[in-house]
Design a protein around this ligand. Structure first.
Ligand SMILES: Nc1ncnc2c1ncn2[C@@H]1O[C@H](COP(=O)(O)OP(=O)(O)OP(=O)(O)O)[C@@H](O)[C@H]1O
Ligand SMILES: [Mg+2]
Length: 387
């Protein structure tokens, strides 16, 4: 049994009943019967519908007992009362004009005059249903809370994993700079220029590390906004980010992008995706000891889409795992080299956030990654539209 259910079983629920009648004697006899026969209720009463509506707005009522003598047909307050969610049980005279419609107007009815037992039976049955309904509501609420919590935890885990992933490279770069600087210092080779360059370089790296956190924070904020940006610039930024480590690993980056295209999308997320693909290409080239690594990037534009194509010569992906590479935590890399979230996150960003498509296939001596994004505009088209 779940927590709320236990809570509900242990708590004695007090049902609040509102009696509406302008017959004072009838009101008293109803109250007397109900308090004698039922011990889990509180009662209140009013003599007209208007007061009843006020009471309903001020107090939580579980069920209304409405004496039909209080009613006139087409009474607007009655219509309002029925529209509220509180269930109404009618106490009906057979002569009342609403008698013919008794099955359709309120949730239930009792024909007057009735015995006290009939009234109590009806209410007991109703209270049982109400209890079950409340139990169900609590269960659903508890399950929803659990789901929200789980998805929050999963997002947090992913976010931390991705920051760690994006930070590994700049951390290595900072560490290399640190070692180099100390070495130069020991050899007495430090000079103003080296210090100046190192200062600039480390600053840029630290800035990028800080941006990574901001990017991720933005990604997990629900109100992320799409904006217009240049694809060419975004790709160039991503290239700048990996350039150093590509050079270090003897990888040439061939950029064949000429035409610029403006798209409306989530900029930092798209940058993230491109970086994941660049990193995967580099890892494959390193892993397979490819002496002359080549990664190319190109853009194609159709009337409906912008297509970004990235190819590498890192040896490709074994056919038996090709279907699995976008699953969360799927990795062929050793523990501290890969989390297995890169492509999963990338696919989610492209296909769920941006309504595009991300595919990977073996191509020549490596992998071809294709990102297709919906509708795009060239600079000229944007200018034309703003005229
Ligand atoms: N360009 C590629 N060439 C060869 N294999 C690739 C390439 N891109 C992805 N893969 C394979 O797909 C797997 C999953 O990639 P993914 O980016 O999701 O995770 P990862 O790179 O292992 O870890 P990380 O979460 O750190 O990115 C990789 O472990 C690798 O086996
Ligand atoms: Mg990866």
């Amino acid at each position: 049994m779940i927590y709320n259910e236990i809570k509900l079983h242990n708590i004695k629920y007090i049902y609040r009943i509102l009696i509406i009648t302008h017959d004072e004697k009838y009101d008293n006899s109803l109250k007397k019967t109900l308090t004698q026969k039922l011990d889990n209720i509180t009662l209140c009463s009013t003599s007209n519908l208007q007061n009843a509506l006020t009471t309903l707005h001020e107090t939580k009522i579980d069920v209304i007992l409405l004496d039909s003598n209080t009613l006139e047909i087409h009474n607007e307050d009655f219509i309002k009362l029925l529209k509220l969610l509180t269930p109404v049980i009618l106490l009906l005279d057979e002569q009342h004009p609403l008698f013919a419609q008794r099955d359709t107007i309120a949730i239930d009815y009792i024909i007057k005059p009735c015995t006290p037992q009939q009234l109590v039976n009806k209410l007991t049955l109703y209270m049982k249903t109400l209890r079950q309904q409340k139990l169900l509501e609590l269960k659903i609420e508890e399950q929803n809370q659990l789901l929200i919590q789980q998805s929050k935890m999963a997002s947090m885990g992913e976010m931390i994993g991705n920051i760690a992933h994006q930070w590994r490279q700049p951390l290595n770069a900072l560490s290399a700079i640190n070692i180099k600087l100390y070495f130069l210092y020991q050899q007495n080779l430090l000079n103003d220029k080296i210090m100046e360059d190192t200062h600039k370089k480390t600053n840029t790296i630290i800035q990028k590390m800080s941006e990574t956190i901001d990017d991720f924070r933005n990604f997990f904020q629900p109100n992320k906004e799409k904006k217009f940006f240049s694809i060419k610039k975004l790709l160039q930024d991503a290239i700048n980010f990996v350039e150093d480590s590509y050079t270090e690993n003897n990888i040439t980056l061939i950029n064949t992008i000429t035409e610029d295209v403006i798209i409306e999308a989530f900029e930092s997320e798209l940058k993230q995706v491109i970086l994941n693909i660049f990193n995967n290409a580099k890892d494959a080239i390193k892993e397979n000891n490819i002496q002359k690594g080549i990664v190319s990037i190109a853009i194609e534009k159709t009337s409906q889409h912008i297509i970004i194509i990235i190819t590498d010569n890192g040896g490709g992906i074994a056919n038996e795992i090709l279907q699995k590479i976008c699953e969360p935590y799927f990795t062929t890399k050793t523990k501290n080299k890969g989390t297995g979230l890169g492509l999963y996150m990338s696919k989610m960003i492209i296909e769920e956030s941006m309504l595009g498509k991300l595919t990977l296939e073996n191509y020549n001596d490596g992998v071809k990654t294709t990102i297709t994004l919906p509708s795009c505009l060239t600079y000229d088209e944007i200018q034309e539209q703003s005229l």
